[in-house]
Structures are given as structure tokens and as C-alpha cells.
Design a protein around this ligand. Sequence first.
Ligand code: AMP
Ligand code: MG
Length: 318
Amino acid sequence: MISNAIELAVELLKKEDIIGFPTETVYGLAGNIYSEKAIDTIYRTKQRPSFNPLIVHIKQIEDLNKVAIEIPESAKILAKLFWPGPLTLLLKKHASVPDRITAGKPTVAVRIPNHPVALSLLHQLDFPLAAPSANPFSSISPTSAEHVENYFGDKLPMVLDGGVCKAGIESTIVGFHDDEIIIYRLGAISKEEIEKIVGPVSLLNKNENAPEAPGMLSRHYAPKSTLFLTTNVLEQVKLFPNKKIGLLLFKQPEKEQDVACQIILSPSGNLQEATSKLYASLHELDSMQIDIILAERFPDNGLGRTINDRLERASKNR
Ligand code: AMP
Ligand code: MG
């Protein structure tokens, strides 16, 4: 049930239920971090492997030391600048944070979401919310209440409606090792924006980013149709003469192409706009029963890097 009744959301969360909830990045499946029942329900509903930890959402920066300890100076600087916002910090966990939340890791992932409904909800609760993206494991993240309802309709007591997510892509996850700052997941804040504040940061080598068991690969954020990421869309179109093809393009349509549909992510070439529409466009292509999605590779800087990361994962073979 999609609803904007925050008081009902509060009631459900207090009795250890989980709900779909809006943030500025993507919709989450939210539950009390201290409730074993709620956390179990999140993992089960999402079919998320238990080795994949959850992000903790707090309402204010003053609550950070309730979930994390030994917070590095650069983390404090980033938090002050980007919170509330799509930046997740990986910090040494407070002993009170259940191991189920962090999948047994010594670190906890934490952020303050920048969405009026999410913040209003958090302010009416005396516990933080654990929330992974509200999609079955490895499928496209939801950027509207309807996406969540389509995935989990009968399995959730409610989806709290907050409209369409403004950022439309997950948070950027940043961790700290001695003096090194590492981006664990590219997201709504670009590498460049973070480097402007704290100097050079490294990107986690994708092969090292492997909580996945062998064979599970890095396939993620994936539509049902087969997706190819390419620098030459026209060449690729020729390879699939009898297929129903959808094109996912940055700025311009491909003229005179006999394809089922062309989605232009930002006619003005704005990477932020393109990022915010990426998942909604993949959902739309899926609903059209396309055989093949041909996605154009984006310029590899700023949010273009984040888009390419998601499209690469979406293109991994099943
Ligand atoms: P999602 O909630 O679907 O946006 O995914 C959360 C992401 O945060 C996953 O990729 C997790 O692996 C990552 N994450 C959460 N907590 C930790 C942690 N303690 N250490 C490393 N990665 C984490
Ligand atoms: Mg996710």
C-alpha cells in the first residue's frame, strides 16, 4: 500500500515491522537497527545475502557517536559538508550496533538522508533506520514508490510515499584507512567533489570489492533484458537484426534507426539530470519487454563515472 501517512509509518516501525521509505538517492526497505526481527525481515524480503551489510540512517550529526567510534577528522569534515545528503561514511562501529547490520564487519556504514519525509520520519523515532535499497537483490533500484510497490506490494505493510527520488542513484560510500581515503562505491556525489574537500582519494579496485561468493560476479542493478554498454551504438544495432531493441542514450537520438524505443537521459547534456533518470529509464525499458538494451558509454568523469559503473554492472552476464 502506497501512503503518505507518516504516523502509520512510525507506528509500524515501532512495532518492528519494515516499510518502504523514500530518500533522495533511492527508496529503501527500512527497519529499526536494534530489532532482530526487523533486520531479519529486511534480509528475507530483499533476498539479500547475509554477508552484505546495511546502511544505517541517522537523523542528525549529533547521533553519529551513538553508532560509530574513533571518527577521523576528514570524515567529520565530509559529514559537515555533505550531510544531510548522499554520502555514506564507513566508520569503526560502536559496540551497540548489531553484527547483523554490519554483516560481522568492524565498520558501520552511516548517513543522514536529505529528504523531508525521511527526516521527518527519523525525527519521530528514537532509533536509527537500517535500509538497503528496496529492490530484490541484484535488480534495478527503485526511484519511486510505485517501483517499490511493484517489487514488494504484498510483502510490505506500507510504502511511504515521498515522490520521485531527486538524486535517483545510490549514495557514494567513503572509507578511511590510516591516511588514505577510499571510495567503496561510486554514487550521487562525484569523486571530484570529494577530492575538492579532502584531496586525492582512491577508488576501490573492483576485484577487491568482493564480498560476493565466487560465481555471483558483480552483476547488480540489472534489468530483465540483456544490456550492452557500448561506445558505438550504431555498430551494435546492426548485430541484432531481429531483436526488439531499446537505446539508452546520453544527449542525442540516433537518427533513422529502426529500434523499438530511444530514451535520451539529458538532451542538454547535464550529467546530474542523466543520473537522476537512469534507473527510472531502465524500469521503463523493462516494462516494454525489450530484448536488448544498448546503452551508450558516458564520459568517464564526474557523475558519468557513476553511470558507467552502474551500466557495467547491469551488463554483466547472468
Ligand atoms: P544498498 O543498501 O543496497 O544501497 O547497499 C549498501 C551498500 O553498502 C552495499 O554495497 C554494502 O556492501 C555497503 N556497505 C554497508 N555497510 C558496509 C560496511 N560496514 N563495510 C563495507 N561496505 C558496507
Ligand atoms: Mg542496493
